[in-house]
Design a protein around this ligand. Structure first.
Ligand code: TYD
Length: 134
């Protein structure tokens, strides 16, 4: 796994007639050690989350329930990742701009992060981000 590239990661899925089970093990499934997890839920229709990059933080995003799009840009090109499976997520290295949009009703975005929350790590201004990646 190349930590400098955005990539889709398939997690194990233990299929069972009682219901399926997936898991993440530090270092085994993600290219970083998890310091924090958070989740986004009850997103009203049409709302957009994200809208920033991180200087250091790396993230892995899964649609634990429902679906949404993760639009990821390197400042020049952007790509849309449609997430709708509980066992498949997108890895985003540091210094990529991301937006989460098109949330379905009752969707839940689960995010594993490589750092603790630190507002100073955010780049929230797209023009500033563009200047930094040039
Ligand atoms: P933000 O990261 O901007 O949300 P989004 O998921 O849309 O990118 O965070 C929204 C608010 O929540 C902001 O005030 C910071 C706070 N927050 C924390 O306190 N801890 C966290 O781990 C996260 C992700 C956000």
């Amino acid at each position: 796994m190349e930590p400098n590239f955005v990539s889709l990661i398939d997690l194990p899925a233990i299929r069972d007639k009682r219901g399926n089970l997936s898991f993440i093990e530090e270092r085994n499934h993600l290219p970083f050690a998890i310091k924090r997890v958070y989740w986004i839920y009850d997103v009203p229709g049409g709302e957009i989350r994200g809208g920033h990059a991180y200087k250091q933080n790396e993230e892995f995003i899964i649609a634990l329930s429902g679906s949404f799009d993760v639009v990821i840009s390197d400042g020049e090109q952007s790509k849309v990742y449609h997430l709708n499976r509980s066992y498949k997520g997108v890895y985003i290295p540091k210094m990529y701009w991301r937006e989460l949009e098109n949330f379905s009703t009752n969707s839940v975005a689960f995010i594993a992060s490589s750092t603790l929350y630190d507002e100073a790590d955010y780049i929230r201004d797209y023009d500033e981000y563009k200047r930094m990646v040039e």
